[in-house]
Ligand binder design. Structure first.
Ligand SMILES: [Zn+2]
Length: 250
């Protein structure tokens, strides 16, 4: 069957559910949000979809059928709200959609909902944690590799750990690895280093990227990005997702 959930017909999905093997639905969670002058608005969607795709071989090896759901491309994104193209929805709206998706999967017999998220806006992370807890209370297994937790964050790059990380080296490398045609190379090479830490700014009460020291909607070092780093990071993101799924199913 096609690993893209929605590219299958309903009898194909039914056959997978009837097979006796656990079927995991991976939901890429992104945003439609400004990412510097060099990356597209769908950067987080691309990254979460890549994380899910890179996880497939290891899941297959473990005897798990994994299907990638259509991406959740809208999320709370108020920090980027001052930039053209950002579409921010409320935490309540985002959570309601996620819970309804989970209910639907649960009623059909999916073994697990796996959340592949790369949109680290604090409101989005809070919403995902709450939604995961509420779905678990309804009886659905939920695997969520939360890269804002120290244990997983420390497996990622130095820029990611520094918090100077939005459309910087980390995210730019990932987009260069999977969708290079969507990176504006001229703007990337003009994007001067911006070491301002978003996580420190969040903690200090900044409410917008501008207040946090990102007047062009990026933080970090876009000029240092490479496709090789992107591939390396995809492998780490995917490994954490596979681990979360394996733990959830065990
Ligand atoms: Zn992003």
């Amino acid at each position: 069957m096609n690993p893209q959930f929605a590219h299958n017909t309903w009898p194909q999905i039914k056959a997978a559910l009837d097979s006796g093997k656990p079927v995991v639905a991976i939901l890429p969670c992104g945003a439609t949000e400004a990412h510097g002058k060099h990356l597209p608005l769908n950067t987080d969607n691309i990254i979460s979809e890549g994380m899910a795709s890179y996880a497939l071989p290891a899941l297959e090896e473990r005897g798990v059928t994994a299907l990638i759901l259509p991406t959740l491309a809208y999320a709370p994104a108020e920090y980027a709200g001052g930039f053209a193209g950002t579409i921010s929805i409320s935490e309540a709206a985002a959570k309601a959609v996620l819970i309804d998706i989970g209910r639907s999967l649960h009623s059909q017999g999916f073994a697990c909902l796996a959340i592949a998220n790369s949109h680290f806006d604090p409101a989005n992370v809070k919403m995902l944690r709450e939604a995961a807890d509420e779905l678990r209370a309804l009886g659905l297994k939920v695997a969520y590799a939360d890269f804002t937790r120290r244990k997983l964050a420390q497996t990622l790059t130095d820029e990611f750990k520094s918090g100077a990380c939005h459309a910087g080296q980390f995210e730019t490398s990932l987009v260069m690895a999977s969708r290079p045609e969507l990176v504006d190379e001229a703007e990337r090479t003009l994007s001067a280093d911006n070491p301002a830490s978003l996580t420190e700014a969040f903690a200090a009460g900044a409410k917008t990227f501008e207040e946090a020291g990102g007047p062009q909607a990026y933080f970090g070092y876009p000029r240092q990005a490479t496709p090789d780093e992107g591939v390396d990071t995809y492998e780490k993101l995917a490994a954490a997702l596979v681990q979360a799924i394996a733990e959830t199913l065990s």
